[in-house]
Design a protein around this ligand. Structure first.
Ligand code: ANZ
Ligand code: ZN
Length: 831
């Protein structure tokens, strides 16, 4: 090699070398401890990868490389979540079959990931659109079907008559289609659902045992939305007095039962029609139709003025027997509780707003001190019960329980746990997905396709655009649809809906254990060895659906005795978002995308990777700014130059890495060696804790130290050791330059630097240089801390202010200032 730092030359040299030695290939090697680190299953879009995506893929690659060095057998695979609406819409827009566009987009992603030198084991690559993959997605569908967890039911869907398509809730804005602005309507369609609600309790409980970011757990808990309360049964008569009907309502506040002044039914409530009197019919019908056009989000908005209409009927209070008017209002949702509420305007803010709008009576039944005050706003706190018959005077907590007990005794109610979560709507009336493996027979009903007939292949057709009647395009492929019933051999039709893409991504992590296995989802031994996933990394935006669905399927498979664990991802980490220089999300339509290709062409993959890590904390949001990438370039060039120098001066006489240094050290060498051990220790901690930005900073600092030390009296053998250490610590981040220096400068020409174990450190050598600092509060000695001698002022103050003793002294007081006497004391001034 000549003296110049030439990243292009190095990349051209080492890429083919590494593939020739199969550097990233992973065997199912049970002799070593395993580590499975996985990225979210990417959906390859036509835009390709931006540097933003690299904030996911570079850190996991570094972590995989680090863990390999620490003696783990590391599984780090990649695959494509290539089914789904965006792929299909893209194909329709460009008039090309989605299988072609998808393959093209996957190829782009693969090429870019290789450019970034992500250390995936490409021999395990999978795609959800591969029949050998979706065969098993279908198999799991049937597992759920057999276990009573997949069912069909009529569901109303948003429908845009202009675009002729079903819209998701998020695609309806103010009652209009997000694309064309047409008023949307609801279409009743038979849909497939997975009964995830059966698993609500376990999905909630098991969150406690996994190492996930707390905000994600909170979002899952809120999504599941467990609520403990009472179901209270009111009774009413139909307007013609021919029938008595029961109206159950779910309440979390049984203590307010005596304050009920009206009942409210959701517009879609099955009793709405039956309880409406002749005189109110037109108004109610009109109201119900309007309500159906609003989305749930709009209906629940607390700032929205309440609207509703009286049905004309009355219900009976279960304890007082009083007459209570029954209303219909859209702030009550059909999908929650029983779709009806008891209106207690004195103590519920929505009921309060409603009562004010329609002049309904407001009766206070809980008060902070047991006295009745005129209510300006509703009082939602607990307190003492008033105006509540025999319960008056009790605390609302105790009283509430007794009211519930009386209701239960009389058969008017029971304790109930309710969840906000709904069942998982799985069917899509679109082409580009895994067909649902069901055959409909007039005699036998829905019948599972026998396992040996899987996969049910997606028919190859160019007629894949969505239809105007909301039916799947598959329904038009008659030759495919018509089949025979597996049970009775009679004529039958295939299910024409396909599965939502979330089905494909709910189990892909299992497939990587044995991607070519054809006798099941996975080869049991490989699954036992590799799973669960140790570290799962992706963006925080998938907090609920994907992660919840994967957890659900894992539990179902556990119940079916297919898996020995109940949680798929032991540890979850979310990388921060990388915004474009204009502060917006990078997207092709905004023209603000920076691609890894352009950065790598200009600075090299080594610098790109180091910069991606250096730009900010792994989990922090940052804005792209490539002025600092020059700093990274300079760092790599200086490291290169130092290696050349060391080689020219000293290398011949230095012993190989790891050989003992027996002769006594001079003081300079002692300090030199300690610095090396401290650096190894810090880097070890940084990589373990995903602190990649400080890892880069630490390596830069170490390089500066080494360059400074070139003037000191330090023997050549120490230089070799320092350079080897620097190289090993840096190689997970910048794989090319380190390989070049390892092989060409340090002379290790066998294998690869990436196969050499992580350097170890001697704890004693990292510790020795510590000093005691006195801590004063307002000039009085209050505490002492032991800190590294080279601690900087900011770190020192953070550490001091975090001491229990110090916290106690400044508790409640105002921090005025901190004064540092270097190496001796910190004085904290408070007032
Ligand atoms: C009477 C009452 C009095 C209520 C009071 C609250 C306060 P969480 O905690 O979220 O579970 N509710 C019940 N079903 C509903 C539905 N389908 N749509 C809209 N609201 C519904 O909320 C439970 C409370 O939400 C229930 O308790 C009910 O109002 C309302 F001082 O009943 B409450
Ligand atoms: Zn049949």
């Amino acid at each position: 090699m000549d003296g110049k730092y030439d990243f292009q030359k190095m990349e051209n040299k080492w890429r083919p070398y590494w593939s020739a030695i199969d550097l990233y290939k992973t065997g199912n090697d049970a002799g070593k401890p395993k580590y499975y680190i996985l990225d979210y299953f990417p959906y390859p879009s036509g835009d390709g990868l931006s540097v933003g995506h690299c904030r996911n893929y570079v850190p996991t690659c570094v972590s995989a490389r680090f863990m390999r060095k620490r003696g783990y057998n590391v599984l780090h695979p990649m695959g494509w979540d290539a089914f789904g609406l965006p792929a299909e819409n893209y194909a329709i827009e460009h008039g090309i079959h989605p299988s072609i566009t998808s393959a093209r987009h996957c190829a782009t992603y693969r090429r870019q990931m290789k450019l970034v030198e992500c250390s995936y084991d490409w021999s395990r690559e999978i795609s959800s659109t591969d029949p050998e993959y979706y065969r098993w997605t279908q198999w799991i569908f049937l597992l759920l079907f057999r276990r009573g967890l997949a069912y069909q039911s009529l569901g109303s869907q948003w429908w845009c008559s202009k675009d002729k398509t079903i819209l998701a809730n998020e695609q309806v804005i103010d009652g209009r289609c997000w694309r064309c602005g047409t008023l949307v309507s609801k279409k009743e369609l038979k849909q497939w659902y997975f009964r995830i609600t059966d698993y609500a309790e376990r999905l909630l409980d098991d969150l406690d045992g996994i190492d996930w970011p707390e905000p994600i757990k909170v979002m899952q808990r809120n999504w599941i939305g467990r609520s403990e309360g009472v179901e209270v049964i009111f009774s009413a008569e139909t307007p013609d007095q021919s029938q008595e009907v029961k109206i159950p309502v779910f309440t979390t506040r049984a203590d307010t039962l005596f304050g009920v002044t009206f009942l409210v039914l959701a517009p879609e409530h099955p009793l709405t029609k039956r309880l409406t009197t002749e005189g109110q019919r037109d108004q109610v019908t009109d109201y119900v139709e309007r309500a159906q056009r609003l989305t749930e989000i709009d209906r629940l908005a607390t700032d929205k003025s309440k609207s509703g209409v009286f049905t004309g009927s009355f219900a009976q209070h279960p304890i007082t027997g009083g007459q209570i008017p029954i209303w219909v209002a859209d702030y009550v949702l059909m999908g929650y509780g029983s779709g009806a509420v008891m209106g207690v305007p004195a103590h519920d803010s929505r009921d309060f707003a409603f009562a004010q709008t329609y002049n309904l009576p407001i009766v206070q039944v809980v008060s902070p001190d047991g006295n009745e005050h005129g209510l300006e706003a509703c009082y939602t706190e607990p307190g003492l019960m008033i105006n509540s018959g025999a319960y008056s005077g009790l605390s609302s907590t105790v009283g509430g329980r007794r009211v519930a007990a009386e209701l239960a005794e009389k058969g008017y109610g029971q304790e109930q746990i309710t969840y906000k979560m709904r069942d998982w709507l799985i069917s899509r009336q679109r082409y580009w997905g895994a067909p649902i493996p069901i055959i409909h027979c007039a005699e036998c009903g829905p019948v599972a396709v026998p396992a040996e007939d899987l996969p049910v292949l997606l028919p190859d057709t160019d007629d894949f655009a969505p239809t105007d009647d909301g039916r799947s395009p598959l329904a038009r492929v008659e030759s495919w649809v018509n089949t025979v019933c597996p049970k009775c051999d009679g004529p039958a039709r295939r299910e024409t809906d396909t599965m939502d893409g979330f089905a494909c991504s709910s189990w892909y992590f299992l497939r990587f254990a044995s991607p070519d296995y054809d006798a099941g989802l996975f080869e049991p031994e490989a699954m036992n060895y590799w799973l669960p996933v140790d570290t799962y990394v992706g963006g925080a935006e998938h907090a609920v659906m994907h992660l919840l669905y994967s957890r659900f399927w894992t539990k179902v498979m556990y119940d079916a005795e297919l898996l020995p664990f109940t949680e798929p991802f032991s540890q979850l980490r979310n990388q921060g978002v990388l915004h474009a220089a204009d502060g917006l999300r990078m997207s092709k339509s905004k023209g603000n995308v920076v691609t890894p290709d352009e950065v790598a062409a200009q600075h090299g993959t080594d610098a790109l990777r180091a910069f991606i890590l250096f730009i900010g904390p792994f989990d922090g949001d940052v804005i792209w700014n490539d002025t600092n990438i020059k700093g990274v370039d300079r760092f790599l060039e200086r490291y290169w130059k130092l290696a050349q120098e060391i080689k020219e001066d000293d290398m011949e006489i230095g012993p190989a890495y790891g050989q003992a240094q027996d002769s006594p050290l001079n003081p300079g060498e002692d300090a030199f060696r300690r610095e090396m051990h401290r650096t190894i220790k810090r880097l070890t901690g940084d990589y373990e804790q995903f602190k990649f930005n400080t890892a880069v900073a630490e390596l830069m600092r170490y390089l500066n130290f080494l360059v400074d030390q070139r003037r000191e009296q330090i023997r050549a053998s120490f230089w070799r050791q320092a350079l080897e250490t620097m190289t090993l610590l840096l190689c997970p981040i910048s794989p090319f330059i380190t390989e070049e220096i390892w092989q060409e400068v340090l002379g290790h020409t066998e294998g690869s630097v990436h196969q050499v174990p992580w350097p170890s450190f001697v704890e004693d050598l990292t510790r020795a240089e510590e000093i005691d600092i006195m801590v004063q509060i307002n000039g009085k000695l209050r505490d002492r801390v032991t800190v590294p001698a080279d601690i900087d002022d900011e770190q020192l103050i953070v550490l001091v202010l975090d001491r229990e003793k110090v916290k106690n002294y400044i508790n409640g007081k105002q921090l005025r200032q901190t004064v540092i006497v270097p190496q001796r004391l910190v004085n904290v001034v408070v007032s």
